[in-house]
Design a protein around this ligand. Structure first.
Ligand SMILES: *Cc1c(COP(=O)(O)O)cnc(C)c1O
Length: 398
């Protein structure tokens, strides 16, 4: 079976929703993955910020597999112990008092939308249901999360979308103030926009938003599906900005590579959901909860996040040097190990040139090279990746 054979088989039976790269991956370990032909790649995508602990983490695999033999699934009609322990841990580590488990980022955002609407509905009546969202944001592909996503290209052909979403430019306080009327129940934003091109919130912006929301009893939702869980060198990205939300969506890296989402909220906000108001058959199942507990234990081990911050500073310095060297790079943006290189042209040829040389990177928004290496990477491996990236840039833009 060659790579081409697999591609032919796949393209016959899979829905054509992804412009997949011509790569068939069969194995991963740490920061590396291998394709079906045995070629090795350095992985600076990490499953889109999912494999924060790298590939094949032994402790996560051991904990999850032991639980697979013990008890896989019973539904949320009953209590299970890993879920309780995981919720306690998330509460201990965050601003939140309560947790709802689901299976993806989009589902966590859906739950956030429902929670905020219901909170406001009960306190202020049904008129107050609007959610202010950011232009260029990304919250997922289910219809509610899609309706909250500020990028029209993702809406094409799926209308009518869910009503009640208002969009303002990110980091624009006057625009947000202008949109905050008596019909607004929540503000939803990513502290660092990921898919939208790695755009961090301006210093001070989140504090002002927090204040505006508090004054009006408007719930503040942070979507930390991508930037949360150590990606920026803090367990949650909002810790960099000195604010906490009322509600937060997590997913991606939460269960060390397995699918899990979570909605975290303060006691006051969480009170809006009562038995029967929201549910998930799989949410917080035992095996996935064991994977998440183990993953969280590693992320929060003494010194781990401090190392991520150090590596992030190092990467930033190197990327700024790269910008000096290659005038096609317009801007370097990011935090921790979440970085974007904005090019003045199409970025796909760079992605291809990196892949041919054994490095996986992602391109978002057409011209932003996004780097999301596993958090467990060491400086020598970071350097290897950067060397390949420089070679690819040189070959693409001679
Ligand atoms: C990936 C992502 C989502 C959607 O997560 P899925 O698990 O793909 O549904 C939502 N919000 C942000 C910020 C994301 O990066």
């Amino acid at each position: 079976m060659t790579k081409q054979d697999w591609k032919t088989r796949a393209d016959k039976v899979l829905m054509n929703t992804y412009a997949r790269q011509p790569l068939v991956l069969v194995r991963g370990k740490g920061c590396r993955v291998w394709d079906a032909e045995g070629k090795e790649y350095l992985d600076f995508v990490a499953g889109l910020a999912v494999c924060n602990l790298g590939h094949g983490n032994f402790e996560v695999a051991k904990a999850a597999s032991a639980q697979l033999y013990q008890l896989v699934h019973v539904s949320n009609l009953y209590y299970t112990t890993p879920m309780v322990e995981l919720a306690e841990e998330l509460v201990r580590l965050s601003f939140a008092d309560r947790v709802f488990f689901c299976n993806s980022g989009a589902e966590a955002v859906e739950a956030a939308i429902k929670l905020c609407r219901r909170y406001s509905h009960e306190k202020y009546g049904p008129e107050r249901h609007r959610i202010i969202c950011m232009q260029n944001s990304f919250h997922g592909r289910t219809l509610g999360a899609l309706s909250a996503t500020g990028q029209e290209k993702f809406w094409q052909g799926f209308g009518p979308l869910l009503p009640g979403f208002v969009f303002v430019p990110f980091n624009d306080l006057p625009a947000l103030k202008g949109a905050l009327d008596e019909k607004v129940c929540a503000v939803l934003l990513e502290p660092i926009q990921g898919e939208g091109g790695v755009n961090p919130a301006d210093p001070g912006y989140l504090k002002e938003v927090r204040q505006l929301c508090r004054e009006r009893d408007v719930l503040l939702i942070f979507d930390e599906v991508q930037c949360g869980l150590g990606r920026t060198g803090r367990l949650f990205a909002h810790e960099h900005f000195g604010v906490t939300p009322d509600v937060m969506a997590l997913a991606k890296a939460l269960a060390g590579g397995l699918p899990m989402g979570a909605l975290l909220a303060t006691e006051a906000a969480a009170g809006a959901l009562v038995p029967g108001s929201h549910a998930s058959t799989f949410g917080g199942g035992p095996a996935i909860a064991m994977a998440a507990l183990t993953s969280l234990k590693i992320l929060t081990a003494p010194g781990f996040l401090e190392e991520v911050r150090k590596k992030g500073k190092y990467l930033q310095k190197k990327l700024e040097q790269l910008k000096q060297q290659f005038p096609v790079i317009q801007e370097v943006r990011g935090l921790g190990l979440m970085w974007g290189l904005e090019l003045d042209r199409e970025g796909t040829p760079v992605v291809d040139a990196c892949r041919e040389r054994g490095l996986l990177v992602n391109c978002t928004q057409g011209n932003i090279i996004r780097l999301l290496p596993p958090l467990v990477i060491d400086l020598a491996t970071l350097d290897q990746g950067l060397t390949i990236l420089a070679q690819a840039l040189k070959a693409t833009f001679p």
